[in-house]
Design a protein around this ligand. Sequence first.
Ligand code: XIL
Length: 316
Amino acid sequence: GSGLDSVAKGAGKKYFGTASDTNEFSDTAYMAILNQAGMFGALTPLNSMKWDSTEPSRGSFSFTNADQVVARAKQNGQIMRGHNCVWYNQLPSWVSSSGFNSTTLTSVIQTHCSTLVGHYKGEIYAWDVINEPFNDDGTWRSDVFYNTLGTNYVQIGLQSAKGADGNAKLYINEYNIEMTGAKATSMINLVKSLKSAGVPIDGVGFQCHFIVGEVPTSMSSVMSQITAMGLEVAITELDIRMTLPSTQALLNQQQTDYENVIKQCMAVAGCVGISIWDFTDKYSWVPQTFSGQGAALPWDQNLAKKPAYNGIVAGF
Ligand code: XIL
Protein backbone atom coordinates (compact mmCIF):
# COMPACT_ATOMS: atom_id res chain seq x y z
CA GLY A 1 0.00 0.00 0.00
CA SER A 2 1.00 3.63 -0.43
CA GLY A 3 -0.92 5.37 2.37
CA LEU A 4 0.84 7.04 5.29
CA ASP A 5 0.31 4.11 7.67
CA SER A 6 1.64 1.66 5.08
CA VAL A 7 4.72 3.81 4.59
CA ALA A 8 5.23 4.15 8.37
CA LYS A 9 4.88 0.40 8.94
CA GLY A 10 7.24 -0.28 6.03
CA ALA A 11 9.77 1.91 7.84
CA GLY A 12 9.41 -0.12 11.05
CA LYS A 13 7.00 2.09 12.98
CA LYS A 14 3.87 0.79 14.68
CA TYR A 15 1.43 3.28 13.13
CA PHE A 16 0.75 6.58 11.43
CA GLY A 17 -2.49 7.88 12.86
CA THR A 18 -4.84 10.83 13.00
CA ALA A 19 -7.19 12.43 15.46
CA SER A 20 -10.84 12.69 14.48
CA ASP A 21 -14.24 12.76 16.11
CA THR A 22 -17.87 11.93 15.54
CA ASN A 23 -18.94 15.42 14.46
CA GLU A 24 -16.90 14.81 11.30
CA PHE A 25 -18.24 11.32 10.60
CA SER A 26 -21.16 12.60 8.49
CA ASP A 27 -18.77 14.12 5.92
CA THR A 28 -18.58 11.35 3.34
CA ALA A 29 -15.61 12.76 1.41
CA TYR A 30 -13.72 13.10 4.71
CA MET A 31 -14.66 9.58 5.76
CA ALA A 32 -13.41 8.13 2.47
CA ILE A 33 -9.91 9.27 3.49
CA LEU A 34 -10.26 8.33 7.17
CA ASN A 35 -11.37 4.83 6.17
CA GLN A 36 -8.90 4.37 3.29
CA ALA A 37 -6.88 1.18 3.66
CA GLY A 38 -3.27 1.91 4.59
CA MET A 39 -3.77 5.62 5.27
CA PHE A 40 -4.22 5.79 9.06
CA GLY A 41 -3.35 2.96 11.43
CA ALA A 42 -4.43 4.71 14.63
CA LEU A 43 -7.24 7.01 15.79
CA THR A 44 -7.38 9.49 18.67
CA PRO A 45 -10.67 11.19 19.56
CA LEU A 46 -10.25 14.97 19.38
CA ASN A 47 -12.68 15.64 22.22
CA SER A 48 -15.09 12.83 23.00
CA MET A 49 -13.01 11.10 25.71
CA LYS A 50 -12.28 14.26 27.66
CA TRP A 51 -13.63 14.76 31.18
CA ASP A 52 -16.39 17.22 30.18
CA SER A 53 -17.69 14.70 27.63
CA THR A 54 -17.33 11.50 29.65
CA GLU A 55 -18.27 12.58 33.19
CA PRO A 56 -20.12 15.89 32.86
CA SER A 57 -21.52 15.55 36.35
CA ARG A 58 -20.14 13.54 39.23
CA GLY A 59 -20.60 9.81 38.80
CA SER A 60 -22.65 10.21 35.63
CA PHE A 61 -20.70 8.78 32.71
CA SER A 62 -21.49 9.07 29.01
CA PHE A 63 -19.55 7.23 26.34
CA THR A 64 -21.87 7.55 23.34
CA ASN A 65 -19.57 9.60 21.10
CA ALA A 66 -16.33 7.98 22.22
CA ASP A 67 -17.87 4.54 21.62
CA GLN A 68 -18.53 5.57 18.01
CA VAL A 69 -14.90 6.53 17.50
CA VAL A 70 -13.74 3.20 18.93
CA ALA A 71 -16.26 1.34 16.74
CA ARG A 72 -14.98 3.17 13.65
CA ALA A 73 -11.39 2.26 14.51
CA LYS A 74 -12.40 -1.36 14.94
CA GLN A 75 -14.18 -1.43 11.57
CA ASN A 76 -11.09 0.06 9.94
CA GLY A 77 -8.60 -2.18 11.75
CA GLN A 78 -7.04 0.86 13.44
CA ILE A 79 -5.57 0.91 16.93
CA MET A 80 -6.81 3.53 19.40
CA ARG A 81 -5.04 6.16 21.45
CA GLY A 82 -7.13 7.19 24.45
CA HIS A 83 -7.10 10.94 25.17
CA ASN A 84 -7.26 11.77 28.04
CA CYS A 85 -7.91 11.04 31.75
CA VAL A 86 -6.56 13.97 33.78
CA TRP A 87 -6.25 17.47 32.27
CA TYR A 88 -6.93 20.97 33.58
CA ASN A 89 -8.77 21.91 30.35
CA GLN A 90 -12.19 20.78 29.15
CA LEU A 91 -12.66 19.91 32.80
CA PRO A 92 -16.17 20.39 34.20
CA SER A 93 -16.54 22.96 36.96
CA TRP A 94 -17.81 20.30 39.36
CA VAL A 95 -14.18 19.10 39.43
CA SER A 96 -12.32 22.41 39.15
CA SER A 97 -14.48 24.58 41.41
CA SER A 98 -16.03 22.41 44.10
CA GLY A 99 -13.24 22.95 46.61
CA PHE A 100 -12.75 19.21 47.14
CA ASN A 101 -10.21 18.30 49.79
CA SER A 102 -7.35 15.93 48.96
CA THR A 103 -9.21 12.79 50.04
CA THR A 104 -12.27 13.59 47.94
CA LEU A 105 -10.29 14.74 44.88
CA THR A 106 -8.22 11.54 45.04
CA SER A 107 -11.40 9.51 44.92
CA VAL A 108 -12.81 11.68 42.11
CA ILE A 109 -9.68 11.06 40.01
CA GLN A 110 -9.69 7.34 40.81
CA THR A 111 -13.34 6.97 39.85
CA HIS A 112 -12.92 8.95 36.64
CA CYS A 113 -9.75 7.20 35.42
CA SER A 114 -10.77 3.70 36.35
CA THR A 115 -14.28 4.02 34.88
CA LEU A 116 -13.05 5.64 31.65
CA VAL A 117 -10.10 3.31 31.10
CA GLY A 118 -12.12 0.31 32.30
CA HIS A 119 -14.93 1.02 29.83
CA TYR A 120 -12.41 0.50 27.00
CA LYS A 121 -10.37 -2.27 28.59
CA GLY A 122 -8.58 -4.23 25.87
CA GLU A 123 -9.50 -1.73 23.14
CA ILE A 124 -6.92 1.02 23.63
CA TYR A 125 -3.27 0.74 22.61
CA ALA A 126 -2.14 3.72 24.68
CA TRP A 127 -3.76 6.20 27.07
CA ASP A 128 -2.74 9.80 27.61
CA VAL A 129 -3.44 9.42 31.33
CA ILE A 130 -1.93 12.77 32.28
CA ASN A 131 -2.12 15.70 29.85
CA GLU A 132 -0.07 18.91 30.03
CA PRO A 133 1.20 18.85 33.65
CA PHE A 134 3.86 21.55 33.23
CA ASN A 135 4.12 25.26 32.55
CA ASP A 136 6.50 26.32 29.78
CA ASP A 137 9.17 27.25 32.34
CA GLY A 138 9.14 23.67 33.65
CA THR A 139 7.28 24.42 36.88
CA TRP A 140 4.12 22.48 37.70
CA ARG A 141 0.93 23.86 36.27
CA SER A 142 -1.16 25.44 38.99
CA ASP A 143 -4.43 23.56 38.40
CA VAL A 144 -6.93 21.99 40.78
CA PHE A 145 -5.04 18.68 40.72
CA TYR A 146 -1.62 20.10 41.61
CA ASN A 147 -2.99 22.69 43.99
CA THR A 148 -4.92 20.07 45.96
CA LEU A 149 -2.68 17.01 45.75
CA GLY A 150 0.75 18.26 44.71
CA THR A 151 2.58 15.98 42.32
CA ASN A 152 0.77 12.94 43.79
CA TYR A 153 -2.11 13.36 41.35
CA VAL A 154 0.12 11.95 38.61
CA GLN A 155 0.58 8.61 40.32
CA ILE A 156 -3.05 8.52 41.41
CA GLY A 157 -4.10 8.80 37.76
CA LEU A 158 -1.51 6.32 36.49
CA GLN A 159 -2.27 3.70 39.15
CA SER A 160 -6.02 3.96 38.56
CA ALA A 161 -5.51 3.51 34.82
CA LYS A 162 -3.20 0.55 35.40
CA GLY A 163 -5.78 -1.14 37.61
CA ALA A 164 -8.47 -0.67 34.97
CA ASP A 165 -6.51 -1.93 31.94
CA GLY A 166 -3.22 -3.61 32.75
CA ASN A 167 -2.25 -3.92 29.09
CA ALA A 168 -2.73 -0.38 27.82
CA LYS A 169 0.43 1.71 27.52
CA LEU A 170 0.19 4.58 29.99
CA TYR A 171 1.48 7.94 28.78
CA ILE A 172 2.06 11.46 29.97
CA ASN A 173 1.39 13.84 27.07
CA GLU A 174 2.85 17.36 26.80
CA TYR A 175 3.75 20.23 24.45
CA ASN A 176 6.91 22.33 24.25
CA ILE A 177 9.00 19.39 25.42
CA GLU A 178 10.10 18.91 21.79
CA MET A 179 13.27 20.91 22.38
CA THR A 180 15.91 20.66 25.09
CA GLY A 181 15.21 23.10 27.89
CA ALA A 182 13.52 23.51 31.26
CA LYS A 183 10.19 21.93 30.31
CA ALA A 184 11.78 18.86 28.70
CA THR A 185 14.07 18.51 31.71
CA SER A 186 11.07 18.57 34.05
CA MET A 187 9.42 15.78 32.04
CA ILE A 188 12.62 13.69 32.11
CA ASN A 189 12.91 14.20 35.88
CA LEU A 190 9.26 13.31 36.42
CA VAL A 191 9.70 10.04 34.51
CA LYS A 192 12.83 9.31 36.53
CA SER A 193 11.04 9.80 39.85
CA LEU A 194 7.97 7.78 38.78
CA LYS A 195 10.23 4.92 37.69
CA SER A 196 12.16 4.91 40.94
CA ALA A 197 8.90 4.97 42.93
CA GLY A 198 7.58 2.00 40.94
CA VAL A 199 4.67 3.97 39.46
CA PRO A 200 3.43 2.49 36.16
CA ILE A 201 4.53 4.70 33.23
CA ASP A 202 5.14 3.40 29.71
CA GLY A 203 5.43 6.39 27.44
CA VAL A 204 5.72 10.11 26.87
CA GLY A 205 3.69 11.84 24.15
CA PHE A 206 5.17 14.78 22.27
CA GLN A 207 2.25 16.83 21.02
CA CYS A 208 4.21 18.70 18.32
CA HIS A 209 1.96 21.68 17.58
CA PHE A 210 4.59 23.45 15.49
CA ILE A 211 4.98 26.62 13.39
CA VAL A 212 6.24 26.57 9.78
CA GLY A 213 9.95 27.42 9.70
CA GLU A 214 10.31 26.91 13.45
CA VAL A 215 10.41 23.15 13.87
CA PRO A 216 12.78 22.22 16.71
CA THR A 217 15.89 20.21 15.88
CA SER A 218 16.58 18.74 19.33
CA MET A 219 13.43 16.62 19.64
CA SER A 220 15.22 13.33 18.97
CA SER A 221 17.69 14.16 21.73
CA VAL A 222 14.85 14.64 24.27
CA MET A 223 13.14 11.49 22.99
CA SER A 224 16.35 9.46 23.38
CA GLN A 225 16.74 10.55 27.00
CA ILE A 226 13.26 9.19 27.70
CA THR A 227 13.65 5.94 25.77
CA ALA A 228 16.97 5.41 27.60
CA MET A 229 14.86 5.01 30.76
CA GLY A 230 12.94 2.13 29.17
CA LEU A 231 9.89 4.08 27.97
CA GLU A 232 8.50 4.48 24.49
CA VAL A 233 7.68 7.86 22.97
CA ALA A 234 5.24 8.98 20.28
CA ILE A 235 4.34 12.09 18.35
CA THR A 236 0.73 12.50 19.40
CA GLU A 237 -0.82 15.69 17.95
CA LEU A 238 1.35 16.88 15.07
CA ASP A 239 0.38 19.94 13.05
CA ILE A 240 2.52 22.74 11.58
CA ARG A 241 0.68 26.03 11.28
CA MET A 242 1.43 29.17 9.30
CA THR A 243 0.25 32.76 9.23
CA LEU A 244 -2.55 32.96 6.64
CA PRO A 245 -2.90 33.32 3.74
CA SER A 246 -0.81 30.33 2.71
CA THR A 247 1.66 30.85 -0.14
CA GLN A 248 3.53 28.34 -2.28
CA ALA A 249 6.73 29.22 -0.37
CA LEU A 250 5.05 28.52 2.98
CA LEU A 251 3.57 25.25 1.71
CA ASN A 252 7.00 24.18 0.46
CA GLN A 253 8.62 25.06 3.79
CA GLN A 254 5.84 23.12 5.52
CA GLN A 255 6.68 20.07 3.38
CA THR A 256 10.32 20.28 4.56
CA ASP A 257 9.17 20.78 8.15
CA TYR A 258 6.93 17.69 8.13
CA GLU A 259 9.78 15.66 6.65
CA ASN A 260 12.14 16.85 9.40
CA VAL A 261 9.69 15.96 12.16
CA ILE A 262 9.21 12.44 10.82
CA LYS A 263 12.98 12.04 10.49
CA GLN A 264 13.46 12.87 14.17
CA CYS A 265 11.03 10.09 15.14
CA MET A 266 12.84 7.78 12.70
CA ALA A 267 16.13 8.57 14.46
CA VAL A 268 14.78 7.09 17.72
CA ALA A 269 13.96 3.37 17.73
CA GLY A 270 11.60 3.82 20.69
CA CYS A 271 9.53 6.45 18.86
CA VAL A 272 6.70 4.06 18.06
CA GLY A 273 4.33 6.16 15.99
CA ILE A 274 3.09 9.50 14.79
CA SER A 275 -0.41 10.98 14.94
CA ILE A 276 -1.55 14.20 13.31
CA TRP A 277 -4.23 16.34 15.01
CA ASP A 278 -6.85 15.64 12.33
CA PHE A 279 -5.72 15.44 8.71
CA THR A 280 -7.49 18.27 6.87
CA ASP A 281 -7.44 22.05 7.30
CA LYS A 282 -11.22 21.82 7.05
CA TYR A 283 -11.42 20.64 10.67
CA SER A 284 -8.16 21.79 12.24
CA TRP A 285 -8.35 23.37 15.72
CA VAL A 286 -5.67 25.92 14.76
CA PRO A 287 -7.70 28.85 13.31
CA GLN A 288 -10.02 28.97 16.34
CA THR A 289 -7.09 28.87 18.76
CA PHE A 290 -4.33 30.88 17.08
CA SER A 291 -5.86 33.92 15.46
CA GLY A 292 -4.75 34.51 11.86
CA GLN A 293 -3.03 31.11 11.61
CA GLY A 294 -3.99 27.83 9.97
CA ALA A 295 -3.29 25.54 7.01
CA ALA A 296 -1.46 23.27 9.46
CA LEU A 297 -2.37 19.83 8.12
CA PRO A 298 -1.39 17.69 5.10
CA TRP A 299 -4.81 17.89 3.40
CA ASP A 300 -6.32 21.26 2.49
CA GLN A 301 -9.86 22.63 3.08
CA ASN A 302 -11.07 20.77 -0.02
CA LEU A 303 -9.55 17.47 1.09
CA ALA A 304 -6.77 17.67 -1.52
CA LYS A 305 -3.26 16.58 -0.54
CA LYS A 306 -0.76 19.39 0.05
CA PRO A 307 3.05 19.27 -0.40
CA ALA A 308 3.20 18.36 3.32
CA TYR A 309 1.87 14.91 2.43
CA ASN A 310 4.96 14.19 0.35
CA GLY A 311 7.12 15.56 3.15
CA ILE A 312 5.70 12.95 5.53
CA VAL A 313 6.30 10.15 3.04
CA ALA A 314 9.88 11.36 2.44
CA GLY A 315 10.57 11.48 6.19
CA PHE A 316 10.11 7.72 6.53
C1 XIL B 1 -8.26 20.60 21.18
C2 XIL B 1 -9.35 20.17 20.20
O1 XIL B 1 -8.79 19.89 18.95
C3 XIL B 1 -10.40 21.27 20.06
O2 XIL B 1 -11.49 20.82 19.28
C4 XIL B 1 -10.90 21.70 21.44
O3 XIL B 1 -11.77 22.79 21.30
C5 XIL B 1 -9.74 22.07 22.33
O4 XIL B 1 -8.83 20.99 22.41
N1 XIL B 1 -3.65 19.78 23.24
C6 XIL B 1 -4.43 18.67 23.50
C7 XIL B 1 -5.71 18.48 22.76
O5 XIL B 1 -4.02 17.79 24.27
O6 XIL B 1 -6.68 17.82 23.53
C8 XIL B 1 -6.26 19.79 22.25
O7 XIL B 1 -7.39 19.52 21.42
C9 XIL B 1 -5.19 20.55 21.49
C10 XIL B 1 -4.02 20.87 22.39
